[in-house]
Design a protein around this ligand. Structure first.
Ligand code: PGA
Length: 258
């Protein structure tokens, strides 16, 4: 059985300018200390305008925090006003890039095909995608969770080799739980994360499925994080609101109940 080191990722969305970003990451690093012993990995997904400042600070102070991005285009360069290329992120030593977050899919119309293009481009530039999937409340109540989630996983991983699949990260985030204060029960979250892993086994084989890390996301807080992350198929969390505050995020990382 593969050892999967949990990854806890803070998705800041459109919050924190570069001054606020620096203060938050420095405080987080101080709170987490240096004694994590590889038991848990942490990434921070800041807005593009923060990345260069964060890179410098993380590298200068040798912080045990990985730099992450929230989105990118799939082309290396070109006439794509407003977009940022994976090559630009790689140049900043970005390690993890979120692909297909539900807010990108629902608000900006990202399709499964675009998300797959991004996953392939992120890998091509030596970074790790965090591929998101999740159902709406309507889909859940209409018993379509399985089809939606498995379909997004299959589409997102098209053309990715089994070795690459094993090294990437998937995030199951029920849309009805994002930013709403509603969290899936630990049993429901476990069941759908197991479905995600099962889908990986179908498309990339048992070895990749045993190695791939599956995060849960959707209103993860210090009070519920430990129970969620204690589930056998949940290998960390993608945290939005509670990652903006260094104290809360540090509590989640340390698995301390508030
Ligand atoms: P939330 O966001 O923790 O605020 O629900 C999670 C996410 O969107 O990644």
């Amino acid at each position: 059985m593969a050892t999967r080191i949990p990854l806890i990722s803070g998705n800041w969305k459109m919050h924190h300018n570069h001054f606020e970003a620096l203060a938050t990451v420095q405080k987080l690093s101080y709170l987490l200390g240096d004694d994590r012993n590889g038991r848990v990995e942490v990434s921070i997904h800041a807005p593009f305008t923060d990345l260069r400042s964060l890179q410098t600070s993380i590298e200068q102070d040798d912080m045990d925090i990985s730099l992450g991005a929230q989105h990118c285009h799939w082309e290396d360069k070109g006439a794509f006003t407003g977009e940022v290329s994976p090559a630009m992120l790689a140049k900043l030593n970005v390690r993890y890039v979120i692909a297909g977050h539900s807010e990108r899919r629902e608000v900006f119309g990202e399709t499964d095909e675009w998300v797959n293009n991004k996953v392939l481009a992120i890998l091509r530039h030596g970074m790790t995608p965090i591929l998101c999937c999740g159902e709406t409340l309507d889909e859940r109540e209409g018993d379509r969770t399985e089809d939606k989630v498995a379909g997004q996983v299959r589409a997102g991983l098209a053309g990715v080799s089994p070795e690459q699949v094993g090294a990437l990260v998937l995030a199951y985030e029920p849309i009805w739980a994002i930013g709403t204060g509603r969290t899936a029960t630990a049993d429901d979250a476990q069941a759908t994360c197991a479905l995600v892993r099962g889908t990986v086994a179908e498309v990339a084989g048992a070895e990749a499925a045993a190695a791939v890390r599956v995060q849960y996301g959707g209103s993860v807080k210090p009070a519920n994080a430990a129970e969620l992350m204690g589930q056998p198929d949940i290998d960390g969390a993608l945290v939005g609101g509670a990652s903006l505050d260094a104290d809360d995020f540090a509590k989640i990382v340390r698995g301390i109940d508030a």
